[in-house]
Design a protein around this ligand. Structure first.
Ligand code: MLC
Length: 497
């Protein structure tokens, strides 16, 4: 099995059906299929071969889907870059993945063109030129051998080592994930999906785009979630299914009650993931919209693992039961042995959804799996006597802000690279809308000390906006334990004072 075969019933057998709405234009499945095929032929003509990487640095748009389809049809590896990334963040992914082609919007040239120019062998194409570049190319699929194990996408995900690593996701991973969600969330061809999530992360890509193409339901894709326009989109499009991160649901709590009811009456399913959904948000949302949000648990490396049930209790604070064919173990991180019933352990995951390893990083890949081939998620969780899993924290430091992951170490290394800084520590502080936001503590160099304003400005220039510390605090020393490790909980308590 491969992705083109999974998508065939929609793209080919329902070619005449309306598939996608984007910014006021509607496309049929046949049009999407033809565009994807033309581009795959164009990329082959440019000298790309199966296994080559194709990078994209774009906001949600039809062309991004077209590029994805072109990749899976021809066996290229779709390598998305978060559109909020800047400078070194983009450069690292391009250098590590070594793509042959990078697609971006012409208007982001100021950010991306100088970096692209420094990459040997990289062709930099603007998505605005795709129509002219692909004119006259065949509309039939290219003849390429694809299997379950063929790599479909490299999704970069940060690690405690500071540098993001490329999670290698196969056709089989995306197929297993899409089938599970369709079955467990009772998705049908009659549903209508409103998708505000970015396609450069697996929440939008694996859950949104793949259920859409596998099932052939109708989708309205938004360039991004905006609280000013989301209600109009919901009222106008009348979706039956919505996938979002907790920050989106928190923003939706400001909806006037009559509007919320009108939207809720037509909706069948709201799903939340990518960050913990506060139980209070779930409850307030239920009162306002008349729906219990279905919370589920996933990761870039594994796609979706555990989900609350469609029928039955959607338990606040819990992520529910393992999805079909997904095996979960809770193990003591120190010994690797299973914990006793009811105890907290690291969540280990095995199944057809689990990635093939980190791109060109056998050491990190070996570290990521235990002797039985289970992926070590780094998340801690427990299991109730009736089988519900609840996440209880993380082994590794991670801040999740608006559903975007921030590894403190990565920001700390960036700060340490700035002049006038001796030490740096980034902590996550609770935020009512974003879940958490990063705050920076700095010990300045005594000779030529950095000042908070110039550090904040450097962050805004060099880091994705969600990683930019919301406060920068100078301190004389960082509290450390006997082993020299920074005691971040003590820094957090300083903020309470
Ligand atoms: C934000 N911006 C975007 C954007 N999101 N630009 C393009 N595309 C997007 N998707 C820009 C804004 O325009 C703004 O730019 C700047 O970023 C800061 O935005 P903000 O105002 O601070 O954010 P807000 O409006 O509150 O939006 C928050 C949000 C966003 C929830 C909409 O954080 C978001 O889309 N989160 C989704 C993250 C996600 O998909 N995670 C999945 C990871 S996968 P300017 O120029 O105006 O300042 C994963 C696995 C799993 O974790 O299980 O799912």
């Amino acid at each position: 099995m491969n992705l083109p075969a999974l998508f065939e019933p929609s793209l080919i057998q329902h070619a005449d059906l309306d598939a996608l709405e984007f910014q006021g234009t509607t496309f049929t499945f046949g049009q999407i299929e033809a565009r994807g095929n033309r581009l795959s032929h164009r990329l082959l003509a440019a000298g790309l071969e199966p296994g080559d990487r194709v990078a994209v640095y774009v906001k949600n748009c039809v062309e991004m889907m077209e590029i994805y389809l072109a990749c899976v049809k021809a066996g290229f590896i779709f390598t998305p870059i978060n559109i909020l990334y800047r400078g070194g963040e983009i450069e690292h992914i391009l250098t590590d993945a070594g793509p042959k082609v990078l697609f971006s919007h012409a208007k982001t040239d100021e950010i991306v063109a100088p970096i692209a120019a420094g990459q040997p062998g990289l062709q930099h194409w603007h998505i605005e030129d795709i129509r002219s570049l692909t004119a006259g190319q065949p509309e039939s699929p290219p003849p390429v051998d694809l299997s379950d194990d063929t790599l479909a996408s490299l999704v970069y995900t940060s690690g405690t080592t500071g540098r993001p690593k490329g999670a290698m996701l196969t056709h089989g991973n995306f197929i297993a994930n899409a089938r599970n969600l369709i079955e467990c969330w009772r998705l049908t061809p009659d549903d209508r999906l409103l998708l505000p999530l970015p396609l450069f992360h697996v929440h939008g890509l694996a859950n949104g785009m793949h259920t859409w193409l596998a099932l052939g339901y109708r989708m309205r894709l938004l360039e991004r979630f905006q609280k000013e326009t989301i209600l109009d989109e919901m009222l106008d499009y009348r979706p039956t299914v919505f996938f979002g991160v907790p920050t989106m649901y928190t923003r939706l709590l400001e909806t006037p009650p009559e509007t919320a009811r009108a939207i809720g009456n037509r909706m069948r399913l709201f799903v939340s993931g990518s960050a913990p959904l506060p139980a209070a948000t779930l409850e307030q949302f239920r009162e306002l919209f008349g729906h219990v949000i279905l919370e589920r648990y996933g990761m870039s490396e594994t796609l979706m693992n555990i989900s609350n049930p469609y029928e039955g209790e959607r338990r606040p604070g819990s992520v529910g039961f393992p999805l079909p064919d997904v095996s979960i173990r809770l193990c003591d991180p120190a010994t690797g042995l299973p914990v006793s019933e009811g105890e907290n352990g690291e969540v280990l995951i095995k199944g057809p959804n689990v990635f093939a390893g980190y791109w060109r990083d056998p050491a990190a890949t070996a570290d990521a799996f235990d002797a039985d081939g289970y992926f070590r998620s780094g998340d801690l969780g427990d299991r109730s006597p009736d089988g519900y899993y609840t996440l209880q924290g993380r082994l590794k430091e991670l801040i999740i802000s608006g559903g975007f992951n921030i590894y403190p170490r990565e920001v700390e290394e960036f700060i340490l690279g700035q002049p006038g800084v001796r030490e740096a520590a980034v902590v996550g502080v609770a935020d009512p809308v974003k879940g958490e936001v990063p705050v920076l503590f700095v010990v300045a160099d005594s000779d030529a000390p950095a000042n908070p304003d110039s550090l904040a400005a450097a962050c805004r220039k060099g880091l994705a906006s969600f990683k930019v510390p919301k406060r920068v605090l100078l301190t004389d020393a960082l509290p450390r334990n006997a082993l020299g490790k920074v005691q971040k909980h003590l820094l957090l308590s300083r903020l309470d004072r």
